[in-house]
Design a protein around this ligand. Structure first.
Ligand code: NAG
Ligand code: NAG
Length: 135
């Protein structure tokens, strides 16, 4: 009992430390790789509150003035929102193209996110990559 109270106190303390440090927002990089000829990856600075999901940070980024970032998504009853288009480029079934969600954490290892944009919780300073690819 006492130790769990201590634990939640410590948790609160470290959380409020994070909140004070970043104004409640954790910064992360959002990179869009569209794999089109003559096009370079686009990098954006995004923010999410601790525990906030990726789609929220993407929505706020898209609404920001001059962000040059836009996306559309569709809802799946089982998996939540999934990306349909990013910066005007859509995945489609005919070409078997889609936007895959990749994560590069502090250890620089690139992994495929095992959840979609409405479930993924960005961590501070990591890089979230939206990669236009084929299935
Ligand atoms: C994120 O980067 C900032 C600025 O470099 C740093 O102050 C902070 O400690 C980092 N946070 C984490 C969790 O790595
Ligand atoms: C990103 O997409 C390109 C094009 O389909 C693919 O070649 C590449 O392997 C993908 N990147 C990763 C890390 O999966």
């Amino acid at each position: 009992m006492a130790s769990s109270a201590l634990l939640s106190f410590l948790l609160l303390l470290s959380l409020s430390g994070i909140l004070a440090q970043n104004g409640g927002q954790l910064p992360f990089n959002l990179v869009v790789v569209n794999n089109q000829p003559n096009s370079k990856p686009m990098m954006y600075s995004a923010h999410a509150p601790p525990g906030g999901v990726l789609i929220g940070a993407m929505t706020k980024l898209a609404k920001a003035t001059n962000s040059h970032f836009s996306f559309t998504s569709s809802k799946n009853v089982d998996y939540g929102a999934f990306l349909v288009s990013v910066n005007g480029l859509s995945g489609n079934d005919q070409d078997r193209t889609y936007w895959e969600l990749l994560i590069k954490g502090a250890n620089k290892v690139l992994i495929t996110a095992d959840v979609g944009i409405s479930c993924y919780i960005p961590q501070a300073n990591e890089t979230v990559i939206l990669n236009y690819t084929k299935w």
